[in-house]
Design a binder for this molecule. Sequence first.
Ligand code: ZN
Ligand code: ZN
Length: 268
Amino acid sequence: MIELIDSHCHVDASDFDVDREAMLERARAAGVTQLVLVGASESLGQAQATVDFARSHEGVYATVGVHPHSAAKLDETWWPALCELAALPEVVAVGESGLDFYYDESPRPVQEARFRDHIELAARLGKPLICHIRDAHELAAEMLGAQAKGRVQTIIHCFTGAPVDAQRYIDLDCYISFSGVVSFKGASAQPVRDSVALVPLERLLVETDCPFLAPVPHRGKRNEPAFLVETAKVLAGLRELELPELAAATVANTRRVFALTQPQGTCI
Ligand SMILES: [Zn+2]
Ligand SMILES: [Zn+2]
């Protein structure tokens, strides 16, 4: 069976309350051996819950960070505690943090300030940084170039930009992760598809970002890690690779960037 790792998911979301363990079982049956459970916390309690979830599920690895949507909610009372959580040895990355100028749920200057805080935290801890960037690629690349380059290994998750944006991140040696968006048929996803071939194979990642962004043929439904193979198939096609080759490259890349150990047999 083809092995895959979901490099970005939110399997602790309430969307999975009804069938969480069955969903993880389906992931394992579909060859997804490890999952990176990304913190997009709106509170300190939520970040702690993400870490606890990973601790109690083999093959699930937590990250800690505050989503740009929630940047304005982050205050001095819980940032120090969040930094302590991020420093735990079992927390594999800082994030997701970044800039989302599409939804603008937090004021832009606040998003920028919190993004800087997360970059500094990742540099201090020597951990990779997961970046959520939407409609702000030029500024994000500028900030990463000034503050992160050579100090922090960065991952641009759920890449939604154009080839010119991908090239900026490639020049900064970022990993670039693609979600089910690459499988969408509409013209708006074409720049994302056009970017796939530019990314060096050793910097390519694949993710679900579940419960969001289910790939075709599941589009519109709740997404889950078992659907990851559909996105991997599209990436393989765009790169003119066989699926096993594409899958093996993304597995190796995910293990390298997050320093995951190879599981003994299949787990989750
Ligand atoms: Zn995100
Ligand atoms: Zn996410």
